[in-house]
Design a protein around this ligand. Structure first.
Ligand code: FRU
Length: 516
């Protein structure tokens, strides 16, 4: 065995032991602020979701993970699986850091024809395409690399001829790879962060890549560009489809820190061209806490794409007051597009309905009931439909006590939908308190769907064409819902609360397909 091999073996063994002890560590999934309907790792740090792939009845969620602590470092791919996108079972680290090369963000594809030659003859397998980040004799480098799994993602082997794409750059990362059915080849969208470009490549075997084109700079070009995702999005009724390119930028997003913009356009197998139609450029999320979202590969034909993001912001991610873990994912969202009088828009519908439990209607507050409000058990979902507004500013406040609340509302004077978390609880850092807003589109309804978890509020408004996700750290687990303004003439209104079952209490319902 060579010296390098021994060293690799020792690092792998240390990680294996460590993740075992992490598994052995008692976690109640009931610690303060522990998300009850969102995925979070049992312990330690996570950032971006990686390698989202559906394969043989399982949704895989790989994620940027530090096996050694609750701060960013030693980046490796953590791993969880689910059969319903909600109940997750965490598995050991899938792809560990090795020889000082960290495993940054990337994709997993199902290689159905063994185009890579990694699968058993005549068989299929999973191939991960990830960025290797670390020091080389040349200096600090980011390159694109492969690993493959012949056992449904349980164990991974790094390709011995890595890297497969090396531009000798310090910043070159986050390959989003998918199968282009029309051209029958693989496409990679990868970021040149400091140049604000997404570079497209093609390949027939995942090993040899040909440069196709560059997209950008375009739209918002502050900070760096990261985590590109090029995908086809169907219309609401599924009759047409359009291409969309999503790219993260950090720092300097409109709400401060990390944010994500999307472009609708066309992709001819070589170039992505942004559309100039109204609404063709927008923000995937108008809150502060949804970054590096990517979509699933391998979904059954006809299913709407599913997107998951990291529910955090680089401004304060290392300071959020949770332990023994730090970091959580957004709910999965099914994507489609809307084209109406206001133009194009991305529609995102959260996958949450299977968790619905007790439900009760909400009525507009009468002066007698107004001070009380309705109390609900966190986590819950709130669906509100307002007809023609009778007051210019209206919405809902979620109180954790009389001094602390989060306000979610429509301001028709400013033509804004907003979440104000300035009084929501623990403030984390000076960048944390915020009122985040999104422009209201004329003609779209004043409807609102909220998913309230122990440390977040996810909002979907105006036919789910606005998504706004914000972390909150309330000082108590009580939640009282009060609609406002309380003394107003009642608008046309209907509202319903659904208490949601915790995903952690239902482990047995997440039956695994096959072994471990
Ligand atoms: C985005 C990011 C990616 C990178 C990863 C490293 O949050 O900076 O560009 O691959 O995190 O953890």
């Amino acid at each position: 065995m060579t010296k390098v091999r021994v060293c690799e073996w020792v690092v792998t063994a240390i990680i294996a032991v460590h993740s075992l002890s992490a598994r052995g560590q008692a976690s109640t999934y009931n610690e303060p602020y522990r998300p009850q309907v969102h995925f979070s790792p049992r312990s330690n740090w996570t950032n971006d979701p990686n390698g989202l792939v559906y394969y043989r009845g399982e949704y895989h969620l790989f994620f940027q993970y530090n096996p050694f602590g609750d701060e960013w470092g030693h980046m490796s791919w953590g791993h969880a699986v689910s059969t319903d996108l909600l109940h997750w079972r965490e598995l050991p680290v899938a792809i560990p850091e090795q020889n000082g090369i960290m495993i940054f963000t990337g994709s997993v594809v199902v290689d159905r024809t063994n185009s890579s030659g990694f699968c058993a003859p005549g068989g299929e397998c999973l191939v991960a395409v990830y960025t290797g980040d670390g020091n080389t004799p040349e200096g600090h480098r980011e390159t694109q690399n492969l690993a493959y799994s012949l056992d449904r993602g349980r164990t991974w082997t790094k390709y011995e001829k890595n890297p497969v794409l090396d531009l000798h750059l310090t910043d070159f990362r986050d390959p989003g790879v998918f199968w282009d059915e029309a051209a029958r080849r693989w496409i990679m969208a990868v970021s040149l962060p400091k140049e604000h470009k997404v570079r497209l490549y093609s390949s027939t075997n995942l090993k040899d890549w040909t440069q196709l084109s560059d997209f950008g700079p375009a739209g918002d070009v502050v900070g760096v560009w990261e985590c590109p995702n090029l995908l086809r999005v169907p219309s609401e009724n599924g009759k047409e489809s359009i291409w969309a390119l999503k790219v993260g930028l950090n720092p300097g997003a409109p709400q401060g820190g990390s944010g994500e913009q999307y472009f609708f356009g066309s992709f001819d197998g070589k170039n992505f061209t942004a559309s100039t139609e109204a609404g063709a450029h927008g923000w995937t999320n108008y809150g502060k806490d949804d970054y590096c979202a990517i979509s699933y590969n391998g979904l059954p034909k006809g299913e709407k794409p599913v997107l998951i993001g990291w529910m955090n912001n680089w401004q304060y991610a290392s300071k959020v007051p949770t332990q023994p873990w730090r970091g959580q994912m957004s709910l999965p969202r099914r994507l489609s597009f809307v084209r109406d009088a206001a133009g194009l828009a991305l529609k995102q519908e959260p996958v949450v309905a299977p968790l619905r439990a007790k439900s009760f209607p909400l009525s507009w507050p009468s002066p007698s009931s107004s001070s009380r409000g309705e109390s609900a058990e966190v986590p819950y979902e709130l669906d509100l439909q307002f007809g023609h507004p009778s007051e210019p500013i209206f919405g809902v406040r979620l109180y954790s006590d009389e001094q602390h609340w989060t306000e979610i509302g429509f301001d028709t004077n400013k033509k804004e939908f907003y979440i104000d978390r300035t009084r929501s609880g623990t403030t984390v850092t000076a960048d944390f308190p915020a009122r985040t807003m999104a422009p209201l589109a004329d003609g779209r309804p004043y409807d609102l769907r909220l998913i309230v978890d122990r440390s977040s509020v996810e909002a979907y408004a105006q036919n789910s064409t606005i998504a706004m996700t914000n972390l909150i750290y309330p000082l108590s687990t009580n939640s009282t819902i009060r609609l406002f303004p309380q003394d107003a003439k009642p608008p046309e209104f209907s509202g319903r609360v659904w208490e949601l079952k915790s995903i952690w209490g239902q482990q047995s319902s997440n039956k695994q397909v096959g072994g471990r």
